[in-house]
Design a protein around this ligand. Structure first.
Ligand SMILES: Nc1nc2c(c(=O)[nH]1)N[C@H]1C(S)=C(S)[C@@H](COP(=O)(O)OP(=O)(O)OC[C@H]3O[C@@H](n4cnc5c(=O)[nH]c(N)nc54)[C@H](O)[C@@H]3O)O[C@H]1N2
Ligand SMILES: Nc1nc2c(c(=O)[nH]1)N[C@H]1C(S)=C(S)[C@@H](COP(=O)(O)OP(=O)(O)OC[C@H]3O[C@@H](n4cnc5c(=O)[nH]c(N)nc54)[C@H](O)[C@@H]3O)O[C@H]1N2
Ligand SMILES: [Mo]
Length: 655
C-alpha cells in the first residue's frame, strides 16, 4: 500500500501497482483507512474508567500514571499467581511486529496463562496440516492458468478481492467457476454454477465426489501410489458415500454432485480455492482433510494451475522464536486458555482442571465482546467488577467499554511492521507514513514500557521495532531486501506438489491412517444431530462477514456503515412468508442463548432452511445493543479447538 502524505497528514492510500498479486487494487474498506485513522472518535489519550463496567465512562490520564498503575496491579497478581493473568489478541493487525512479538515476550516472562488462538482458522489449518504437513498450497497467481476453479466456502468478492481478480482473468481465458456455498453470495452470482449446499455438509460432498471419481475410474493411480498414504482406507470410506447419500445430506440434486465430479475429473488444470468459511462447523477439520484429498485423487496437483489453496502462510520463513522468545518461560508451562471459549473462561470460578480464576486480562488487536461466540456469556465475563482489564485500542469498542484502562494504539499508518500472508506469497514491509496521532503508542512500545516497569531487564525487552522486524523472517527475506521494493516474493514453484514433496515426514499427502479415516460429521446443531432442538429452532444460521466490514473493524466508519445500512438477516421467501416477515421488517432472531434484532432481507441470497446473519456489527451500533454472536455457542470443532460460528439453529419472528 502506498500513502500520499501532505503536510504530515495521510490524504490518500492506494495499492502498489507493481505488487504481483494485488496489482494496485485496494478493497473498499482499506481504501477508507485514512477516514478510519482520523476518525473523530479515535482514542488518543490513555483513559481510566470511572463508571460501572461496560458503560464506557472514562477520564483521561497521563501515560505514566496509567502504566505505573497497570504494572503495579499486574505485579501484585503475578506475585501470587501469574496464571491469573491472560492476554487476549487476534487479527486487529496481523503484522509480525505489532502482533505477537514484544507482547509475547512480556507474557512469557511474566508466566501468564497462554492463549490458544483458535477463533478463525485453526480447524481448517489442522485439517490442512494433517493432510499436507503444513499450511501450504497453490501459488495464488497460478489460478490464472486454471480451467476449472471451485470456489469453496469463500466469498472472495467480499473477503479476498485479489484472488477474485485472478479468477476473473482465468474466466476470461475460458475457465469455469463453480461456487460451493450455502449463501448466494456476491461471488456465487458471478460464477457459472452455484452449489448451494446446507452449512456443514462439505465433507459429505467431498465424499460423494470421491465415490464418483472411483466409479468413473477417474483416479490418478500413479499419483496416489507415489505421493500419498492411506488411500486404501479413504477409498473404503468413500465407497460408503454414493452421490445419492451425499446429495441427501447436502440438500443438493444428485445430478449436480455427479456433474461436478465429472467436470473435476475431466478438466485440467483444475483448482480449488478453499476458504475458512466452510470450517466454522463441528466437522470443519475433517471436511478440510476430505477436500484436500481431492486434487491428490485426480492428480490435479501435477499441473500449474491445479491443486488447492486454503492457506499459504506455511510457506513463509517466519522466525516465531526470535519474535516471541519462548525461552523466557524458563521451563514453566503455564496453562492455555482457548480464546474461543473466553465467555466460559471468564465466568469460571477456578479450580481443578481449570486452574486459577482469571483476575486480569490484557486485550490488544481484538474485540472479543463483539466477535467471540455466545456473547451473552462473554459480556457477563467482561462485566465482572473484580476483573482487571486493560485494552489497547484505536476506538471505544464494545470490549474497550469494559476496560479499566484503555491505552491508545497506533494504526498501520503510524507504526513499523512486516507481514506474512495467508493468501499470497510475498512478505511485506509496512513503513510508518505519518507520526502517531495524539498520544498514541504502538503495541510494542506499550509492552516495552510495561516491561521496564515490571523490572524485566533481559536485552530483548529493549529492542526497537526495527530490530524486531529484522528478525521476523529467517533465510533470505531480510529487512534490507524488503526495503528495496516494499515486498519480497517467496521463491515458490508454480506447481509445488507436481512430484509430491509435501512437507510431511515422508513427503506424501496423508489421506488417512489406521484408526484415523476422516468422515463427515453432522453439525452440533442440526435436525440430524439434535432433533428436539431443531423442532424449536428450525432454521440453520450462518454469519459470514458483511462486505464492507473487516470482522468488527470499520463498523464505526460512517461511509462504510452507510453502505451496509443496518444489521441484516437474509431469509428465503419460503421461510419468510409463513412467518409473516416482509422485506425490510425488523425481526427478532433467537434461540435458547439469546436474541438479536435486525432487519430482514427477504430474497434469494438465503437458501430455504438457512438464514444469513451478516456480521460482525458492534453491539452498541446494532439495533438493540446486541449482535449476531448473541446466538452462537462455545462448542468446538473436531480438530483445532475452533468455534462453530456457522453451526447454529435459530428461530425468527417479526419484532
Ligand atoms: N470484507 C471482508 N473481508 C475479509 C474479512 C471480513 O470480515 N470482511 N475477514 C478476513 C478474515 S479474518 C478471514 S478469516 C477471511 C475469511 O474469508 P473466507 O474464508 O472467504 O470467509 P467468509 O467470507 O467468512 O466465508 C466465505 C463463505 O463461506 C460461506 N459458508 C458459510 N458456511 C459454509 C459452509 O458450511 N460450507 C460452505 N461451503 N460455505 C460456507 C459463507 O456463506 C461465505 O459466503 O476473510 C478476510 N477478509
Ligand atoms: N459470528 C461470527 N463471528 C466471528 C466471525 C464470523 O464470521 N461470524 N469471524 C471470526 C474471525 S474469522 C475472526 S479472524 C475474528 C476476528 O476478531 P478480531 O481479531 O477481534 O478482529 P476485529 O473484530 O477486526 O477487531 C480487531 C480490533 O483490533 C483493533 N486494532 C487494529 N489494529 C490495531 C493495532 O495495531 N493495535 C491495537 N492495539 N489494536 C488494533 C481494531 O481497532 C479492532 O477493534 O472474529 C471471528 N468472529
Ligand atoms: Mo479470520
Amino acid at each position: 500500500m502506498q500513502v500520499r502524505v501532505e503536510h504530515g497528514r495521510a490524504v490518500r492510500v492506494q495499492g502498489d501497482p507493481d505488487h504481483p498479486s494485488t496489482q494496485g487494487v485496494l478493497c473498499t474498506k482499506v481504501s477508507r483507512y485514512p477516514e478510519r485513522t482520523y476518525h473523530a472518535e479515535r482514542v488518543l489519550r490513555p483513559l481510566r474508567r470511572f463508571g460501572p463496567k461496560g458503560t464506557g465512562r472514562f477520564e483521561p490520564v497521563g501515560w505514566d500514571e496509567a502504566l505505573d498503575d497497570i504494572a503495579a496491579r499486574l505485579k501484585a497478581i503475578a506475585a501470587r499467581e501469574p496464571e491469573a493473568i491472560l492476554p487476549y489478541s487476534y487479527a486487529g493487525t496481523m503484522g509480525l511486529v505489532q502482533g505477537e512479538s514484544m507482547s509475547a515476550r512480556f507474557f512469557h516472562r511474566l508466566g501468564a496463562s497462554r492463549l490458544d488462538r483458535t477463533i478463525c482458522a485453526s480447524a481448517g489449518g489442522a485439517g490442512l496440516a494433517a493432510t499436507y504437513g503444513g499450511k501450504v498450497g497453490m501459488h495464488v497467481e497460478a489460478f490464472a492458468r486454471s480451467r476449472l476453479i471451485l470456489i469453496w466456502g469463500s466469498n472472495p468478492i467480499a473477503s479476498n478481492l485479489h484472488f477474485w481478480r485472478i479468477a476473473q482473468q482465468a474466466k476470461r481465458d475460458g475457465a469455469r467457476l463453480v461456487c460451493i456455498d450455502p449463501r448466494r453470495s456476491e461471488t456465487a452470482e458471478k460464477c457459472h454454477e452455484h452449489l448451494q449446499l446446507l452449512p456443514g455438509t462439505d465433507g459429505a460432498l467431498a465424499l460423494g465426489l470421491m465415490h464418483e471419481l472411483i466409479a468413473l475410474d477417474a483416479l490418478d493411480h500413479d499419483y496416489l501410489a507415489r505421493h500419498t498414504s492411506g488411500w486404501e482406507l479413504l477409498r473404503e470410506r468413500a465407497l460408503q458415500w454414493p452421490p445419492e447419500r451425499a446429495a441427501a445430506v447436502c440438500g443438493l440434486e444428485v445430478a449436480a454432485v455427479r456433474a461436478l465430479a465429472r467436470e473435476f475429473a475431466s478438466t485440467r488444470p483444475a483448482a480449488i480455492r478453499l476458504n475458512y468459511g466452510m470450517q466454522r462447523v463441528r466437522g470443519g477439520g475433517s471436511a478440510v482433510r476430505l477436500i484436500a484429498a481431492l486434487p491428490c485423487l485426480s492428480g490435479a496437483w501435477r499441473d500449474e494451475g491445479g491443486g488447492l489453496l486454503l492457506s499459504s502462510s506455511g510457506w513463509f520463513p517466519v522466525d516465531h522464536a526470535a519474535l516471541q522468545r519462548p525461552e523466557l518461560l524458563a521451563g514453566r508451562q503455564p496453562r492455555t486458555i482457548n480464546m474461543s471459549t473466553i465467555g466460559d473462561a471468564l465466568l469460571h470460578e477456578g479450580g481443578p482442571g481449570f486452574g486459577p480464576r482469571i483476575e486480569a486480562l490484557v486485550v490488544y488487536n481484538s474485540n472479543p465482546v463483539a466477535v467471540a461466540p455466545e456473547s451473552g456469556r462473554v459480556v457477563r465475563g467482561f462485566a465482572r467488577e473484580d476483573l482487571f482489564t486493560v485494552v489497547l485500542e484505536h476506538f471505544l469498542t464494545d470490549t474497550a467499554d469494559h476496560a479499566d484502562y484503555v491505552l491508545p494504539a497506533t494504526t498501520q499508518l503510524e507504526h513499523l511492521d512486516v507481514h506474512a500472508s495467508y493468501g499470497h506469497t510475498s512478505a511485506l514491509l509496512n513503513e510508518p507514513a505519518i507520526a502517531p496521532l495524539g498520544e498514541a503508542r504502538s503495541n510494542t512500545d506499550i509492552f516495552r514500557a510495561l516491561s521496564a516497569r515490571m523490572g524485566f531487564d533481559e536485552p530483548c525487552f529493549a529492542e526497537s521495532d526495527e530490530q524486531i522486524a529484522a528478525q521476523a523472517f529467517s533465510r533470505d527475506v531480510t529487512l534490507e531486501r524488503l526495503r528495496e521494493r516494499g515486498w519480497v516474493q517467496l521463491p515458490l514453484p508454480r506447481a509445488p506438489f507436481a512430484a509430491g514433496g509435501f512437507p510431511t515426514p515422508d513427503g506424501r499427502a496423508r489421506l488417512a491412517a489406521p484408526g484415523d479415516v476422516p468422515d463427515w460429521l453432522p453439525n452440533h446443531e442440526s435436525a440430524a444431530s439434535a432433533p428436539a432442538l431443531a423442532a424449536r429452532y428450525p432454521l440453520a444460521m450462518i454469519s459470514p462477514p458483511a462486505r464492507n466490514f473487516l470482522n468488527s473493524s470499520f463498523v464505526n466508519v460512517r461511509s462504510l456503515r452507510d453502505i451496509e445500512g443496518e444489521p441484516l438477516l437474509e431469509i428465503h421467501p419460503d421461510d419468510a412468508v409463513p412467518r409473516g416477515i416482509a422485506d425490510g421488517a425488523l425481526v427478532r432472531v433467537f434461540n435458547e442463548r439469546g436474541e438479536y434484532h435486525c432487519v430482514a432481507r427477504v430474497g434469494g441470497r438465503a437458501r430455504p432452511g438457512v438464514v444469513n446473519g451478516l456480521g460482525i456489527w458492534w453491539r452498541k451500533l446494532g439495533v438493540r445493543g446486541t449482535n449476531v454472536n448473541e446466538l452462537t455457542h462455545q462448542r468446538l470443532t473436531d480438530l483445532g479447538r475452533a468455534p462453530c460460528f456457522y453451526d447454529v439453529l435459530v428461530e425468527v419472528e417479526c419484532a
